[in-house]
Design a protein around this ligand. Structure first.
Ligand code: FMN
Length: 365
């Protein structure tokens, strides 16, 4: 019998100040723990399965305060019952021995509700500020891949031995191991190096906002390469959602976000991301094609076009699903209010569309 796998929902944890848009528009969102604990509880009740926290070491573009991702993720897991928290890890500041140990402990303490997002770095100023060498784009991914292989080895093997260019382990047995299933490994990026790494070692590939067509091109590439190795990689796409009762209201909010964008900050961000996206050798990185308006949202979230009525948004989520998305990662202007609204008004419509399609498929069989 053909039943459709429900698409999953994640939200960006606002553990960094300034929200998810580089704009002076009012954002009723706070980066502190009280706001975030309540948000996590609202999200869990609203039907969100994952929360993604961010790693940042220095300020840039309004993001003056940043809580550290792993410790913040643990606090959110402790405040919830079902939500899985994805903690971001940046190879360089983290080494795999520490990361594997930290995450295994949180996994044991939370009965498996911790996952990781291995990020590869885009902000050169941040690396200089904390005295971390800045590697070339593809070298950063070579290091991230070794980081992931090492973490997996530590989590699953005794007497783990590994001789890489960046990391070395010799007969290392870490205990306790994570309880099964192993923590899921997400990663971010769009470049060829990001896609190749996903195909080889990651469970999940997160990419910037995109159209269904733009997403499908990446998914086909990753899935073909992963299949050669007998693997399947799941796909998450970023989006900034503006769900309102009418399309006009939603579009007006987007207009206001962009009108009130801080041009110096957006240009500053654009300059920095050239070190990540556009700097990848093949020129297909995360921000290679982003316009000024796209960059007002850190990860091109307007491009996924989840802006309109709940009905329009639900239909577009299904289109992203058809293009290969297993998960939609969402940012909002006013997180608590909008996550709740999304759970009440959008997710049920998506589930209805999925159920209708399952019924149609069964009838056709
Ligand atoms: C959904 C998502 C979340 C990310 N989170 C972070 C983060 O918290 N901290 C960080 O430094 N980079 C983060 N990144 C950046 C990526 O790890 C990567 O460095 C960047 O997307 C450049 O990729 P590319 O040049 O390979 O396309 C994130 C990327 C995506 C798509």
């Amino acid at each position: 019998m053909t039943t459709e796998t429900p698409i999953k929902f994640a939200y960006w944890v606002p553990n960094v100040s300034g929200g998810l848009v580089i704009s002076n528009i009012e954002q009723r969102t706070h980066w502190g723990i009280d706001y975030n604990r309540k948000l996590a509880q609202i999200a869990e009740a609203a039907g969100f399965e994952y929360a993604l926290s961010q790693i940042r070491f220095t300020a840039g573009y309004g993001a003056d305060n940043q809580h550290e991702s792993v410790s913040f993720s643990h606090a959110l897991a402790a405040a919830t019952e079902r939500l899985k928290i994805i903690a971001a890890l940046l190879p360089g500041p983290w080494n795999p021995a520490l990361a594997a140990k930290q995450i295994a402990t949180i996994n044991n303490l939370t009965e498996g509700r911790i996952a990781v997002n291995v990020v590869s770095g885009w902000f050169r100023g941040e690396f200089s500020a904390i005295g971390e060498p800045w590697l070339d784009h593809d070298e950063r991914y070579r290091r991230s891949e070794e980081f992931i292989r090492a973490m997996r080895g530590i989590w699953s093997e005794d007497d783990f031995t590994f001789a890489g260019d960046f990391y070395r382990f010799r007969n290392y047995t870490m205990k306790p191991k994570p309880i099964d299933p192993q923590p899921e490994i997400f990663q971010g990026g769009s470049s060829r190096a990001a896609r190749d790494m996903a195909a080889r070692v990651s469970d999940w590939y997160f990419t910037n906002g995109n159209t269904p067509e733009g997403l499908a091109t990446q998914v086909e590439d990753i899935r073909a390469k992963a299949a050669e190795q007998g693997r399947r990689v799941k796909i998450g796409i970023n989006s900034f959602a503006i769900a309102r009762d009418t399309e006009a209201e939603a579009r007006a909010v987007l207009g206001e976000i962009i009108d009130k964008a801080n041009p110096d900050a957006v240009h500053g961000f654009a300059h920095e991301v050239k070190n990540a996206g556009a700097a990848s050798p093949e020129g297909e990185g995360n921000w290679a094609k982003s316009s000024f308006d796209d960059l007002v949202q850190y990860n091109d979230g307007f491009r996924s076009n989840l802006i309109g009525t709940p009905e329009q948004i639900a239909g577009r989520i299904i289109a992203l699903k058809d293009a290969g998305a297993d998960l939609v990662l969402l940012g909002f202007l006013h997180f608590q209010e909008e996550v709740e609204f999304f759970g009440k008004r959008v997710i049920p419509l998506v589930r209805e569309l999925e159920a209708n399609r399952s019924r149609t498929a069964v009838a056709a069989e």
